[in-house]
Design a binder for this molecule. Sequence first.
Ligand code: ZN
Length: 675
Amino acid sequence: MTNPLLADWTGQFELPPFEAIQDAHFEEAMDAALDEARANVDAIVAQDEVPTFANTIEALEEADALLGKVAGVFYNLAGADATEAREALQRDFSPKLAAYSSDILMNEGLFERVEALWNARDDLDLTEEQARLLMLTRRRFVRSGAQLEGADRDRFRDIMERLAVLGTQFTQNLLADERGWHMELSEDDLAALPEFLVDAARSAGDEKGIGAPVITLSRSLITPFLASSPKRELRQRAYEAYVARGATGGKTDNRAIAAEILRLREERAKLLGYESFAAYKLETEMAGSPDRVRDLLIEVWTPARAAAEADAEVLERMLMADGFDGPLEPWDWHFYSEKRRKEEHDLDEAEVKPYLQLDRMIEAAFDTAGKLFGLEFEPLDGPGYHPDVRMWNVTRNGDHLAVFMGDYFARGSKRSGAWCSAMRSQKKLGGETQPIVVNVCNFAKPEAGKPALLSYDDARTLFHEFGHALHQMLSDVTYESISGTSVARDFVELPSQLYEHWLEVPEVLAEYATHAETGEPMPKDLLDRLLGAATYNMGFATVEYVASAMVDLEFHSGTAPADPMQKQAEVLEELGMPRAIRMRHATPHFAHVFSGDGYSSGYYSYMWSEVMDADAFEAFLEAGSAFDAATAKALEDNILSRGGSVEAEDLYKAFRGKMPQVEALLKGRGLIAAE
Ligand SMILES: [Zn+2]
């Protein structure tokens, strides 16, 4: 049997042959890819040639090409379409990959070559991109313990392997808890719910084979349920199940895992000579230090909490007017906030939804990219990795630029949330390589024959993830490791959050928000009300986010807490958390922070990027149009095409002249008055 993962992919756009790939192929392919990568690295070290940029840094870039190819397919499937077999493989692969990565980064002969190049860097006649890659490569070695010796070296390696295992366990526990809970609804319970939610609940019940409508812990079901069910005890039950994910006391409990992860991270940072894990982590970010992050969060927290507390008083009066006892509880917030939205802004989610068809919103995102960057999207046939996956050929002036895949619907096998990943990244070394970019979302799947309808939040998520996709698709660099979204964590949300602004450009909704049944465009009055309510409930959204970001930062900026849940409570107490608002992600299900290192002491990044996105969109408005061609070109030339080939702050300044202040964000969120 030939293993399709190890063969050359010769089909259209060299896409992975999804139909031929079976779960049984992954283990052999992963082992072969790891062996090949190790052999390539050994050859770099064993050669007699003196180190050159080409025979060391470029050779290292290419060493794990096969591994990248196999892992690109596997990890996409593991996140978007998990099965028990794939979960078992993931448990098997994660320590193997961690061991490989640590073998490379702790390889003394290899580091010697990198260090020799680093010391001779001024005489190597490197391009700007090569100099950057050399600096980043060396820094990665140093930060991964290449300079450690003896027992410290061994301990460091053990810590990294253990962290990889714990991160996978955390994720799988969460998925198990999300899958393991549902609440059946009676016909009476359905009576007050909007039609789209009734449909989605029936469809979720069918998928689970229950034969009754259910609410699951998928955000696309639970959020509208909390916003629309007048039955307070059902809301409480659903809400409590939602916030209990990862803390249900059984085999899937994540609390002890979180404590161990924090302890090991602190030890790792101290071995490398940093004061704390946050100090280590933030060294490579735009923010640079925990103090700068804390300053930003506090600056935003104070006006946000004031806004949220004022809202809470109004909502509590509404609760009591309905004959319930106070105080306002977290499971009341969405319901009364939605009710108030209808009263004050005359805006009903259920009235908006028929105008936000998934297909039309995809067209809107594509058309915006066409107007800004000249991109065109042509549907591709052929199997994706799941029947729900759609594919497009992305071109500009007739030239193939990328394959874009959209995997939009929620299913039990998909982890929650929404994300963008590159199954293959753009690069030029070793031949021009065009990316394969995937957007994965969790929108409620409609019943057969009905169009998929989005909430306004869903539509924003679609634009957000598509902004990440553009960052990958427009990438134009030589080296894969600095391509696309391989940038500082607190810079990576700039392209995605910036793209959300085009959903708020009135012409876009005027054209693409058409009614699912009548085809009529959204009435002007509804459009005005929708856009006018954009900052509604922003105190709540900001408070739940900043609380999570602050807990994440404090977890990592001092001694690791023995009891993270107690530490979480202390941080919230000190902030003065409003009683009817909880963290957006509490510790036992805070996947950003515990599933891997990605967003650990980095959850603040979204807000750091938002300071820039608010200011960057202003550049278009100052130029007189949201589609100003010169500004779009400057955005592509200075940011979207550059990946991590230049320091993020320099990229931003090249686009905009200077770094922005926090005021643009506060105004954008309606937390201070606009001028
Ligand atoms: Zn994002």
